[in-house]
Design a protein. Sequence first.
Length: 228
Amino acid sequence: MTETPKDSESVDSAEQPQRERTGRLRFWLLLLLGLLVLLPVVLVSAILLALRSESGTAWVIDQIPGLEVVNDQGSLFGTWKADRLEWRGYGVDVVAASPLIDWSPSCLFDLQFCLETLHVQQLDVSVQPSDKEPAPAEDVSLPSIELPLGLKANDVRLGTFTFNGAKVWDIFELDAGGAGADWKLNRVYYQLDDYTVVASGRVETRRDWPVNLEVNATLPPPYGDAWN
Protein backbone atom coordinates (compact mmCIF):
# COMPACT_ATOMS: atom_id res chain seq x y z
CA MET A 1 0.00 0.00 0.00
CA THR A 2 2.76 2.41 0.84
CA GLU A 3 4.70 1.69 -2.40
CA THR A 4 1.84 2.51 -4.78
CA PRO A 5 2.38 6.30 -4.82
CA LYS A 6 6.07 5.76 -5.56
CA ASP A 7 5.23 3.52 -8.53
CA SER A 8 2.75 6.06 -9.87
CA GLU A 9 5.28 8.88 -9.48
CA SER A 10 7.90 6.87 -11.35
CA VAL A 11 5.42 6.19 -14.18
CA ASP A 12 4.50 9.88 -14.38
CA SER A 13 8.15 10.91 -14.43
CA ALA A 14 8.82 8.42 -17.23
CA GLU A 15 5.86 9.63 -19.32
CA GLN A 16 6.66 13.32 -18.91
CA PRO A 17 9.63 13.41 -21.34
CA GLN A 18 7.52 11.57 -23.89
CA ARG A 19 4.72 14.11 -23.48
CA GLU A 20 7.22 16.93 -23.90
CA ARG A 21 8.60 15.36 -27.08
CA THR A 22 5.07 14.91 -28.42
CA GLY A 23 4.25 18.52 -27.59
CA ARG A 24 7.38 19.80 -29.31
CA LEU A 25 6.66 17.65 -32.37
CA ARG A 26 3.11 18.99 -32.53
CA PHE A 27 4.42 22.54 -32.22
CA TRP A 28 6.87 22.14 -35.10
CA LEU A 29 4.26 20.43 -37.28
CA LEU A 30 1.82 23.28 -36.69
CA LEU A 31 4.57 25.81 -37.38
CA LEU A 32 5.49 24.06 -40.64
CA LEU A 33 1.85 23.88 -41.68
CA GLY A 34 1.44 27.59 -40.94
CA LEU A 35 4.49 28.42 -43.05
CA LEU A 36 3.18 26.32 -45.94
CA VAL A 37 -0.11 28.21 -45.78
CA LEU A 38 1.41 31.66 -45.35
CA LEU A 39 4.17 31.33 -47.95
CA PRO A 40 1.86 31.41 -51.01
CA VAL A 41 -0.06 34.31 -49.47
CA VAL A 42 3.17 36.25 -48.90
CA LEU A 43 4.38 35.52 -52.44
CA VAL A 44 1.09 36.58 -54.02
CA SER A 45 1.00 39.72 -51.87
CA ALA A 46 4.57 40.57 -52.86
CA ILE A 47 3.75 40.14 -56.55
CA LEU A 48 0.63 42.29 -56.25
CA LEU A 49 2.55 45.00 -54.41
CA ALA A 50 5.23 44.88 -57.10
CA LEU A 51 2.65 45.20 -59.87
CA ARG A 52 1.13 48.25 -58.21
CA SER A 53 4.36 50.21 -58.69
CA GLU A 54 5.87 51.31 -61.98
CA SER A 55 9.31 49.95 -61.08
CA GLY A 56 7.81 46.63 -59.95
CA THR A 57 5.86 46.33 -63.19
CA ALA A 58 9.02 47.00 -65.19
CA TRP A 59 10.84 44.29 -63.23
CA VAL A 60 8.07 41.74 -63.85
CA ILE A 61 8.06 42.55 -67.57
CA ASP A 62 11.83 42.02 -67.70
CA GLN A 63 11.35 38.49 -66.36
CA ILE A 64 9.12 37.39 -69.28
CA PRO A 65 11.26 35.67 -71.95
CA GLY A 66 11.05 37.19 -75.41
CA LEU A 67 9.11 40.28 -74.28
CA GLU A 68 10.39 43.78 -75.01
CA VAL A 69 8.64 47.08 -74.39
CA VAL A 70 9.60 50.63 -75.30
CA ASN A 71 8.80 53.63 -73.06
CA ASP A 72 6.31 51.80 -70.85
CA GLN A 73 4.52 53.70 -68.10
CA GLY A 74 2.10 52.83 -65.33
CA SER A 75 1.24 49.65 -63.50
CA LEU A 76 -0.08 46.31 -64.70
CA PHE A 77 -2.28 46.41 -61.60
CA GLY A 78 -4.30 49.26 -63.10
CA THR A 79 -3.36 51.43 -66.07
CA TRP A 80 -0.36 50.60 -68.25
CA LYS A 81 0.80 51.86 -71.64
CA ALA A 82 3.84 51.75 -73.88
CA ASP A 83 5.02 53.10 -77.21
CA ARG A 84 5.72 49.61 -78.52
CA LEU A 85 5.46 46.01 -77.36
CA GLU A 86 7.18 43.04 -78.98
CA TRP A 87 7.06 39.36 -78.09
CA ARG A 88 8.87 36.56 -79.86
CA GLY A 89 8.68 32.89 -78.98
CA TYR A 90 7.56 29.46 -80.16
CA GLY A 91 7.72 30.59 -83.79
CA VAL A 92 5.36 33.52 -83.20
CA ASP A 93 6.20 37.22 -83.50
CA VAL A 94 3.81 39.81 -82.06
CA VAL A 95 4.29 43.56 -82.43
CA ALA A 96 1.81 46.02 -80.89
CA ALA A 97 2.05 49.77 -81.42
CA SER A 98 0.91 52.11 -78.62
CA PRO A 99 -0.80 49.53 -76.38
CA LEU A 100 -2.93 50.91 -73.53
CA ILE A 101 -4.53 48.71 -70.87
CA ASP A 102 -6.75 49.84 -68.00
CA TRP A 103 -8.55 47.35 -65.79
CA SER A 104 -10.15 47.35 -62.35
CA PRO A 105 -8.63 44.84 -59.87
CA SER A 106 -11.44 45.46 -57.36
CA CYS A 107 -13.86 43.67 -59.72
CA LEU A 108 -12.13 40.40 -58.91
CA PHE A 109 -13.80 40.46 -55.49
CA ASP A 110 -17.10 40.12 -57.39
CA LEU A 111 -15.66 37.25 -59.49
CA GLN A 112 -15.55 39.52 -62.51
CA PHE A 113 -12.76 40.79 -64.76
CA CYS A 114 -13.42 44.41 -65.73
CA LEU A 115 -11.45 45.59 -68.73
CA GLU A 116 -12.09 49.31 -68.79
CA THR A 117 -9.85 50.11 -71.78
CA LEU A 118 -7.82 48.17 -74.33
CA HIS A 119 -6.33 50.26 -77.13
CA VAL A 120 -3.79 49.15 -79.72
CA GLN A 121 -2.92 51.41 -82.64
CA GLN A 122 -1.55 48.60 -84.81
CA LEU A 123 -1.10 44.86 -84.28
CA ASP A 124 1.11 42.59 -86.40
CA VAL A 125 1.30 38.82 -85.86
CA SER A 126 3.61 36.52 -87.81
CA VAL A 127 3.71 32.74 -87.45
CA GLN A 128 6.56 30.74 -88.92
CA PRO A 129 5.44 27.87 -91.17
CA SER A 130 5.52 24.43 -89.62
CA ASP A 131 7.63 21.60 -91.03
CA LYS A 132 4.80 19.17 -90.42
CA GLU A 133 2.46 18.21 -93.23
CA PRO A 134 -0.96 19.86 -92.96
CA ALA A 135 -3.61 17.67 -91.42
CA PRO A 136 -6.50 16.56 -93.64
CA ALA A 137 -9.54 18.81 -93.59
CA GLU A 138 -12.15 17.91 -91.00
CA ASP A 139 -15.57 19.18 -90.05
CA VAL A 140 -15.38 22.27 -87.89
CA SER A 141 -16.87 21.86 -84.42
CA LEU A 142 -17.23 24.82 -82.09
CA PRO A 143 -15.84 24.25 -78.59
CA SER A 144 -17.93 24.90 -75.51
CA ILE A 145 -16.45 27.84 -73.60
CA GLU A 146 -17.65 28.63 -70.09
CA LEU A 147 -15.48 31.03 -68.12
CA PRO A 148 -15.35 30.80 -64.32
CA LEU A 149 -15.22 34.61 -64.08
CA GLY A 150 -17.55 37.21 -65.47
CA LEU A 151 -16.08 39.51 -68.12
CA LYS A 152 -16.84 43.15 -68.81
CA ALA A 153 -15.09 44.91 -71.70
CA ASN A 154 -16.10 48.55 -72.03
CA ASP A 155 -13.67 50.10 -74.47
CA VAL A 156 -11.79 47.74 -76.80
CA ARG A 157 -10.37 49.67 -79.75
CA LEU A 158 -7.91 47.90 -82.03
CA GLY A 159 -6.29 49.48 -85.07
CA THR A 160 -4.94 47.75 -88.16
CA PHE A 161 -4.35 44.02 -87.61
CA THR A 162 -2.19 41.97 -89.99
CA PHE A 163 -1.57 38.24 -89.84
CA ASN A 164 1.46 36.98 -91.76
CA GLY A 165 1.37 40.19 -93.78
CA ALA A 166 -2.31 39.92 -94.74
CA LYS A 167 -4.61 42.60 -93.39
CA VAL A 168 -7.47 41.22 -91.29
CA TRP A 169 -9.09 44.53 -90.37
CA ASP A 170 -8.50 48.25 -90.29
CA ILE A 171 -10.59 48.87 -87.18
CA PHE A 172 -12.15 46.53 -84.63
CA GLU A 173 -14.16 47.81 -81.67
CA LEU A 174 -15.94 45.87 -78.93
CA ASP A 175 -18.15 46.68 -75.97
CA ALA A 176 -19.46 43.50 -74.36
CA GLY A 177 -19.91 41.55 -71.17
CA GLY A 178 -21.24 38.36 -69.69
CA ALA A 179 -20.43 35.31 -67.60
CA GLY A 180 -20.11 31.59 -68.07
CA ALA A 181 -21.29 30.88 -71.62
CA ASP A 182 -23.83 33.73 -71.95
CA TRP A 183 -22.58 36.94 -73.52
CA LYS A 184 -24.14 40.25 -74.43
CA LEU A 185 -22.57 42.19 -77.27
CA ASN A 186 -23.46 45.83 -76.76
CA ARG A 187 -21.55 46.88 -79.86
CA VAL A 188 -19.20 45.18 -82.30
CA TYR A 189 -17.67 47.23 -85.10
CA TYR A 190 -15.53 45.81 -87.90
CA GLN A 191 -14.00 47.67 -90.83
CA LEU A 192 -11.81 46.42 -93.67
CA ASP A 193 -11.24 48.84 -96.53
CA ASP A 194 -14.75 49.86 -97.67
CA TYR A 195 -16.51 47.04 -95.82
CA THR A 196 -18.04 47.74 -92.41
CA VAL A 197 -20.13 45.56 -90.10
CA VAL A 198 -21.90 46.71 -86.94
CA ALA A 199 -23.55 44.12 -84.68
CA SER A 200 -25.21 43.85 -81.28
CA GLY A 201 -27.12 41.15 -79.45
CA ARG A 202 -26.45 37.95 -77.54
CA VAL A 203 -24.40 34.80 -78.10
CA GLU A 204 -23.97 31.55 -76.17
CA THR A 205 -20.61 29.80 -76.34
CA ARG A 206 -22.03 26.31 -75.90
CA ARG A 207 -23.45 23.61 -78.17
CA ASP A 208 -23.73 25.14 -81.68
CA TRP A 209 -23.20 28.68 -80.37
CA PRO A 210 -26.74 30.02 -80.86
CA VAL A 211 -26.84 33.76 -81.58
CA ASN A 212 -29.45 36.48 -81.55
CA LEU A 213 -27.83 39.41 -83.32
CA GLU A 214 -28.82 42.56 -85.11
CA VAL A 215 -26.32 43.11 -87.90
CA ASN A 216 -25.88 46.07 -90.24
CA ALA A 217 -23.33 45.87 -93.06
CA THR A 218 -22.07 48.46 -95.49
CA LEU A 219 -20.58 47.23 -98.76
CA PRO A 220 -18.77 49.20 -101.46
CA PRO A 221 -20.78 49.95 -104.61
CA PRO A 222 -20.42 47.38 -107.39
CA TYR A 223 -17.90 48.14 -110.08
CA GLY A 224 -16.18 46.45 -113.01
CA ASP A 225 -17.24 45.21 -116.42
CA ALA A 226 -19.64 42.64 -114.96
CA TRP A 227 -21.84 45.45 -113.59
CA ASN A 228 -22.05 47.55 -116.79
